[in-house]
Design a protein around this ligand. Structure first.
Ligand code: NDP
Length: 434
């Protein structure tokens, strides 16, 4: 904390992991001597740069871009790019730190990183966003590459933006190779990458329920967010027979007492892609719109899937969700609960899967995209779907095994932190003091 004053999100993420793994580090002389946690808490490097672009009125605009390369202990740096006006170094350091543990859990050789810019695409034309992406990559391309650092999408960075950035990468570096994942399938992207995080989340939830000899059929599921992760999670949950009772965006929440249909999810996608808000669906049959609010506790739900952003669920909202029947939470977003909400979740014995395990499906399929690019051989959607199911099941089982507490409880957060840490610590302690 002393080395990174004011970085509240980063402190929150680092403290949560440290609490769970400090005893493992102290008990292992090699890990303790290598000071694994301290090393991971200081990124390998932080790159910050100016992004200059021109808006539609011909005015020069200036933003700040970053890439935080946290650790390449078990593979090249890997993690998404986020465009958001509230983006800060603290947010990127927390995301890069969590990414190291998540990527370790996938079982693939992937290090951890995160990046992006304080650019706000809201209200910008397609041409402006394209020029911003080209300018951003004009600088970032100096620091990435298929064996070095492979960015992907995140909030406000969809396959469209990845396409613009890949075009700029090719132009600047003169190479066609897999320096980005989440690409379109016509230029090296993997089938099902777009769906992978949301689908993987539902496969993880199914594994949690199977562990209790149950399934999703007929269960009421509350989801926040209306982007990539949220809408694909909703789509697969509906297909698995669940009743998805909400989605949300930064304008408010869309509630459906009897459950959303696939048709409504498609309409949400179209509305968001056109730059609209969920308020536009207000008043349609079977839907209730809550201006400015989150869905938690507004409608009865047993399974909570926060899929919007960090710290979106506070203690009061979680208490309301518990009163409305919540018994299980699986994080589609990264660190969506405030520290107070995490503590309430523990005290109430909520079955709670952290994002580093439950939302790892996206980066896992990015890992497959990298190997498909390296070998020039591509899998079809059914093959990728099979691989995704297998990876999410294996992550679940690893986390469940490590998360068994001495009193017989299953603590998914403890399991994910310890399992990820062990993999990283084994590598880092093997390198010596370098
Ligand atoms: P998108 O940009 O596609 O969607 C983000 C959604 O969250 C939008 O509906 C947005 O609403 C909403 N949102 C953003 N900020 C807020 C806020 N402060 N309050 C309420 N709603 C908000 O992003 P993704 O779906 O890709 O990412 C969502 C989360 O999942 C992030 O935490 C991301 O890090 C995580 N994640 C994503 C992965 C991926 O593969 N895409 C992989 C692993 C994790 P609006 O449109 O109104 O801004």
């Amino acid at each position: 904390c002393a080395r990174s004053p004011g970085e509240t999100e980063f402190h929150q993420a680092a403290e949560e992991i440290a609490r769970d793994v400090i005893t493992v580090e102290k008990a292992h002389s090699g890990f303790a001597a290598a000071r694994v946690l301290d090393r991971l808490s200081e990124p390998d490097r932080v790159i910050a740069f100016r992004v200059v672009w021109e808006d539609d009125a011909g005015q020069t605009r200036i933003n700040r871009g970053w890439r935080v390369q946290t650790s390449n202990a078990i593979g090249p740096y890997k993690g998404g790019l986020r465009f958001h006006p509230d983006l800060s170094l603290s947010v990127l350091k927390f995301l890069g730190f969590e990414q190291c543990f998540k990527n370790a859990l996938t079982g693939l050789p992937l290090g951890g990183a995160k990046g992006g810019a304080d650019f706000d695409p809201r209200g910008r034309s397609g041409g402006e966003i394209m020029r911003f992406c080209h300018a951003f990559m004009g600088e970032l391309c100096k620091y990435i590459g298929p064996d070095r650092d492979i960015p992907a999408g995140d909030i406000n960075v969809s396959p469209r933006e990845i396409g613009w950035m890949f075009g700029a990468y090719k132009r600047h570096c003169g190479e066609f190779h897999g320096a980005l994942t989440g690409k379109g399938e016509s230029f090296g992207g993997s089938a099902l990458r777009v769906e992978a995080t949301g689908y993987g989340l539902i496969y993880f939830v199914c594994a949690m329920l199977r562990h209790q000899d149950s399934d999703l059929e007929g269960r009421r599921v509350a989801i926040s967010g209306a982007g990539n992760v949220a809408t694909h999670a909703a789509e697969l949950a509906i297909r698995e027979g669940a009743r998805v009772v909400s989605l949300s965006d930064s304008s408010g929440a869309l509630l459906a007492e009897d459950g959303l249909t696939q048709d409504t999810v498609d309409r949400v996608r179209r509305t968001k892609a056109a730059g609209g808000n969920l308020s536009e669906l207000s008043g349609q049959r079977g839907l209730r719109y809550l201006e400015g609010g989150a869905p938690w506790g507004q409608v009865e739900a047993e399974v909570l899937l926060p899929c919007a952003t960090q710290n979106e669920v506070d203690e009061t909202e979680l208490r309301a969700a518990l009163d409305a029947g919540a018994g299980m939470i699986a994080e589609g977003a990264n660190m969506p609960l405030t520290a107070g909400a995490v503590s309430l979740s523990s005290r109430k014995g909520l079955i709670h899967a952290p994002g580093k395990a439950a939302n790892a499906g996206g980066v896992a399929i990015s890992g497959l995209e990298m190997s498909q690019n390296a070998h020039g051989q591509f899998l079809d959607a059914a093959q990728v779907d099979d691989a995704l199911r297998g990876i999410m099941r294996r992550i679940h089982d690893t986390v469940a095994e490590e998360g068994r507490t001495s009193d017989g409880r299953l603590d998914y957060r403890l399991g994910a932190n310890v399992a990820g840490y062990r993999k990283l610590a084994n590598a880092i302690s093997a390198f010596g003091a370098i």
